[in-house]
Every structure is written in structure tokens, then in C-alpha cells.
Design a protein around this ligand. Structure first.
Ligand code: PMP
Length: 418
């Protein structure tokens, strides 16, 4: 069955460390961490050990049975989270967990309207997909009722400018809320957001933006759901990207990086919201709720991130990657913007420097050439956006591998621009 996703031109037979290998022994440097998930080396020996152990000893049970890996993961996660986010549950995918978080917000508030950024990605199931504005909205019928879009913070192309040319996010944010207030029927349940919009083109809200959002949500009695599928567990240089802004969300969703590529996701919230949801009859009892095997993997991922100081490493390697990208920007006029944090960096491709015309085709050509040169990178194309490369290698990447990736990119830009 077709899923609408074009296949890669080669058959990959092995993934190890930061590299993928094909059937002809060709090597590809993985600068997308699989599907933005493999936070650690592919086939990290410690993860392999845990998977083997739990497949043999404790794989999957009735969902309401308690196991030590789930207790440990709840406690370990709580140690990293702000104090109030003490209640966690574990599922497999991002879509399912954002879906659960949205349902929780509806149960707790007794309302039904959900706000998301206009360049968001929170999944593709019917509920999570209704909050996803960066993909897949054309077919499959109408979205869930009560879905409202908020202008995404896109500094590079925003019309909102201060007299000195800086991004006037405060004015944009005010207009955004006035639009929401005018459209709302008075039933605002939650705002779901990524702290850096990844599929939406690596859009990083400026410092102060998320704090303001948190205040605006509180003012309206709605919950703030922070969705850190890609940014969570150290990738941006802090354990969670929302920490930079000194805020505490009402619900935190993690997925991709928590299992480092294996199917694990989490939802964390406060005791009060958990109680409220229970009283309102919230039910989420899917087959893989609180599986011990994947919970054990999550424990190991968190342990390695802490033990090997991987947040700091992501910040340092991120800086190295960013400096390299800025050098490429000096060299190639078609790199309009370099943005991101830690090891989640983006470059936006333009086809005309003066008008900043989006350069989607140019971006694709460079990406194809980079792939042929042995670098796996991913380009997202939203209407009005110029083909944004997402560069996000595993946080275990070495200094040499970052340089190697930059060199392949350099060659690809040089080749395409002639
Ligand atoms: N949220 C974000 C921010 C994502 O990037 C993704 C996956 N691209 C999802 C949710 C959905 O996760 P999954 O594909 O595991 O359902």
C-alpha cells in the first residue's frame, strides 16, 4: 500500500553509530537521526543490551500491571522535570501521545477548542493531525471541530518589524491572540506547541515568546501542552527546550528521542490535572501502554544522556555545526537563513537573494547531491518557505563527523550552483 512517502533510492542494510550502510557497502552519514529520533548512536551497545535482556525476561503485559522499568522511568523522568510534572504514562508514538494529551486537556477543562501554530506538526492521526498544519491537511475529510491556528513565529519572513528591523514578535503575538479570541466560541481547552517548530521549518520562537504564551494561556484558563518529540531529551543543549524560557507547561509530551529511535513516548502532567482527568472519565488504555521493554530502553537513554553529559555535548557540537553552516552561508548566496538550537539546525534556501524568493527546487537539488555524496539530510517545503534543510545528527556525533558532513554539503552546494 502506498503511504504517500517516496522511497529512498538505496536499500539500507545496517545502521551503526552515525552511519548507515547500503547493500553495496556504500556509507551514508546520518544527519537526520533516522526520523529525527535516534538521539544516540544507531545500535548503541547499551541499548542493544537492554533490548536483549527485556525481550528475554519481561516484554509486554496486561497494561495495568506494574513493572519496575515503568516505576524507574517515571521517577527518572520526574528528576529531570519541573517538580509539578510528576505524573507520567508511556505509549509508543508521537501521534498517539499528542492525541492523548489533547483528550486530557478536553477532559480536564471540559472545553473543546485546541490552538496550534500555523506551521505545527503533532502527528497524523485524526485528532493529532487536526493540530498539524505543516502536512497532510488536504485529504481525509475535515479536521476535528474547534481547531484554531495561531501565526507561527517565523522571524525571517515576518512582516512584523520594529523600526530597527528586528522581529516584532510582541505585535505579531498580540494580533495572533486577538484572532483566536475572535474565532473562539469560548471553549479554549489548550494550546499545543513545539518549542522549536521542526517540520514547520526550524522556527525558533525568540526568548520571551514562550513565557508570554504561557501567561496568555493561563489568562484564558487553557492548558499549555509542550510537545518535544524532536527537541526533548537533550538535543537542543538542555534536557527540554522549554527550560530555556523558564516556563512550566501543564502537559509535556515526549516521543522520538526518548526511545532513541525505538517506539517510546511519554505524557507527563501535574497531580491536579491527572486527578481532574480521572474524575472526568479520561481513558487511555491502548495495547502498549506502559510496556516494560520500551520503558527499560527509555531508562537507559536517560541514564546515558546524564552520564555522558550529552546536553552539553549537543550544545558544543551544535555550535560547531552552526559555525560551519554560517561559513557556508558566506560562501553560497542561496542560503538565506541559518537557525536552530543545539543539534537541531536549519538552513533556508532561496532562489533570489534580494527578494528572498523560496528556493524549494534548489534545496532539493542540493539535498539530492548531498545524498549522492554520502550525507542523509532532510528538506522540508512549506508554502512560502524556501526548502529548509533540517540538520540533526545523533548527539553522540563526533567533531570529525560534523566536519565531514559540512564538507559534503559544501561540495553539494558548489556542484549545484556550478
Ligand atoms: N510531533 C512532532 C513534533 C513530530 O515531529 C512528530 C513526527 N514527525 C510527531 C509529533 C508524530 O510522531 P509519530 O510519527 O511518532 O506519530
Amino acid at each position: 500500500m502506498t503511504t504517500g512517502v517516496p522511497s529512498s533510492p538505496v536499500i539500507i542494510t545496517k545502521a551503526k553509530g552515525t552511519r548507515l550502510y547500503d547493500a553495496n557497502n556504500g556509507q551514508i552519514l546520518d544527519f537526520t537521526s533516522g526520523q529525527l529520533s535516534s538521539l544516540l548512536d544507531h545500535s548503541h551497545p547499551k541499548i542493544v543490551e537492554v533490548v536483549k535482556k527485556y525481550v528475554e525476561e519481561l516484554d509486554h503485559l496486561l497494561s495495568n500491571m506494574i513493572t519496575q522499568p515503568v516505576i524507574d522511568l517515571t521517577e527518572r523522568l520526574a528528576r529531570f522535570l519541573p517538580g509539578s510534572l510528576e505524573k507520567s504514562f508511556f505509549l509508543n508514538t508521537g501521534s498517539e501521545t499528542t492525541e492523548a494529551a489533547i483528550k486530557m486537556a478536553k477532559c480536564y477543562t471540559g472545553r473543546f477548542e485546541i490552538v496550534a501554530f500555523s506551521a505545527s506538526y503533532h502527528g497524523l492521526t485524526q485528532g493529532s493531525g487536526s493540530t498539524t498544519y505543516s502536512a497532510g491537511r488536504k485529504n481525509g475529510g475535515p479536521s476535528m471541530p474547534g481547531q484554531l491556528a495561531f501565526p507561527a513565529p517565523y522571524a525571517y519572513r515576518s512582516f512584523f518589524k520594529k523600526p530597527d528591523g528586528a522581529y516584532d514578535w510582541e505585535s505579531e503575538l498580540e494580533i495572533g491572540w486577538s484572532l483566536i479570541d475572535r474565532q473562539s466560541v469560548g471553549s479554549l481547552a489548550a494550546f499545543i506547541m513545539e518549542p522549536i517548530l521542526s517540520t514547520g521549518g526550524i522556527l525558533e520562537p525568540p526568548l520571551g515568546y514562550l513565557a508570554r504564551m504561557s501567561v496568555e494561556c493561563k489568562k484564558r484558563g487553557m492548558l499549555l501542552i509542550m510537545e518535544e518529540a524532536q527537541t526533548g531529551v537533550g538535543r537542543t543543549g538542555q534536557m527540554f527546550a522549554f527550560e530555556r524560557d523558564g516556563i512550566v507547561p501543564d502537559i509535556l509530551v515526549l516521543s522520538k528521542t526518548l526511545g532513541s529511535g525505538l517506539p517510546l513516548a511519554s505524557g507527563s502532567t501535574t497531580a491536579e490535572i491527572e486527578r481532574g482527568c480521572r474524575e472526568a472519565g479520561f481513558l487511555w488504555l491502548t495495547t502498549h501502554l506502559n510496556d516494560p521493554l520500551t520503558a527499560a530502553v527509555g531508562n537507559k537513554v536517560l541514564e546515558i544522556v546524564e552520564r555522558d553529559n550529552l546536553c552539553q555535548r549537543a550544545a558544543e557540537r551544535g555550535q560547531q555545526l552552526r559555525s560551519g553552516l554560517l561559513r557556508l552561508q558566506q560562501k553560497y548566496w542561496c542560503i538565506g537563513d541559518v537557525r536552530g538550537r543545539g543539534l537541531l539546525q536549519g538552513i533556508e534556501i532561496i532562489s533570489d537573494a534580494a527578494s528572498k524568493t523560496p528556493g524549494a527546487e534548489l534545496g532539493q537539488a542540493v539535498s539530492d547531491r548531498a545524498m549522492a555524496g554520502g550525507l542523509s539530510c532532510n528538506v522540508v517545503n512549506l508554502p512560502g518557505m524556501g526548502g529548509v534543510f533540517r540538520l540533526a545528527p545523533p548527539v553522540t556525533v563526533s567533531v570529525e563527523e560534523i566536519e565531514e558532513g559540512l564538507q559534503i554539503l559544501d561540495e553539494a552546494f558548489g556542484y549545484v550552483l556550478g
